[in-house]
Design a protein around this ligand. Structure first.
Ligand SMILES: Cc1ncc(C[n+]2csc(CCOP(=O)(O)OP(=O)(O)O)c2C)c(N)n1
Ligand SMILES: [Mg+2]
Length: 284
């Protein structure tokens, strides 16, 4: 498949993922909708272009592992799992309801395709390091991806894991950081200044790249580059993805209190219309 075709395929997947996010958001009337929209391109590139998996067998031994450490981003991950065919689209309507397999915070025991229980921030990368080490000890070559947030970079455990990954030369490990510049308590730069991120990850021994995380072409190039580079050097890779919360729905892109959005009943259709108009506009 040519590069342009891959880009188009991923853009279309991201569009459907965003629709799924709105479907689930509407069930609850509120939630982490902005984050789900913001990481849709990262997830689409992972599931429609990069990861090896079998939709009908989520525990297939040879699957690449995708670890979501940010449990509150589950809305985005469920949308991607639905796009991938791992979770039925019709089930998205149960999001966050009693007895649903799709709880508001991601949990491994509930959802097919959810590798770990997230939410206790700062632990995902450590688990990913252990998993990548374990797979290597077994002589396997599956890759391990970890999607984490800029808020998780406030946690010392993330940086311990980063050191461990370099020490053990875990070239099959890829970290994806959603740098949306926001946390629960406000802007990342006001909570704890973690920049310059590229320099820090590089100093920790990682092959680090920084891209616009809502630019599918840039993302795919970075994913490709990461795999090739890590294969050659054995160093773990990180892609720092600058994203916009609410991306694809202008009504939500500049919302106050974006960490946990409340969206009025009358606004959901408008959100869907804006999303569709944006996608059609880009394809014209
Ligand atoms: C160890 C831990 N500390 C605090 C929290 C509470 N908490 C939930 S989400 C969140 C914000 C984390 O930052 P980020 O994921 O960047 O937020 P977002 O981009 O979604 O606004 C915090 C502090 C938690 N879940 N785990
Ligand atoms: Mg954030």
């Amino acid at each position: 498949m040519g590069f342009e075709e891959r880009v188009r395929r991923v853009q279309d997947a991201a569009y459907r993922i965003r629709h799924h996010v709105l479907t689930m958001g509407e069930v609850q009337g509120q939630g982490y909708v902005g984050q789900g929209l913001g990481v849709a391109d990262i997830l689409a590139a992972a599931y429609a272009d990069q990861l090896r998996y079998r939709a009908d067998d989520p525990h297939w031994e040879e699957r690449d592992r995708f670890l979501l450490s940010i449990g509150h981003y589950a809305i985005g991950h469920y949308a991607a799992l639905a796009e991938a065919g791992i979770v039925p689209v019709a089930e998205l309507e149960t999001y966050g309801s009693d007895d649903s397999r799709l709880p508001m915070s991601g949990m491994a025991s509930y959802t097919p395709g959810m590798e770990i229980s997230g939410g206790s921030l700062g632990h995902g990368l450590g688990v990913a390091v252990g998993m990548a080490l374990g797979l290597r000890l077994q002589g396997r070559d599956e890759r391990v991806f970890n999607l984490l947030s800029d808020g998780e970079l406030d946690e010392g455990s993330t940086w311990e894991a980063a050191m461990g990954a370099h020490h053990h030369q875990l070239g099959r490990l890829l970290a994806l950081v959603d740098v949306n510049a926001l946390q629960a308590d406000g802007k990342t730069e006001t909570v704890l200044r973690t920049e310059p991120l590229l320099d820090k990850w590089t100093a920790f021994g990682w092959f680090a790249q920084r891209v616009d995380g809502n630019d599918v072409s840039a993302l795919l190039r970075a994913y490709d580059e990461a795999e090739v580079h890590s294969e050659l050097t054995g160093r773990p890779s990180v892609i720092l993805c600058d994203t916009r919360i609410g991306r694809g729905v202008p009504l939500l892109e500049n919302r106050e209190k974006a960490h946990f959005m409340r969206i009025e009943e009358s606004e959901w259709q408008l959100c869907r219309d804006e999303l569709t108009a944006g996608h059609e506009g880009a394809n014209r």
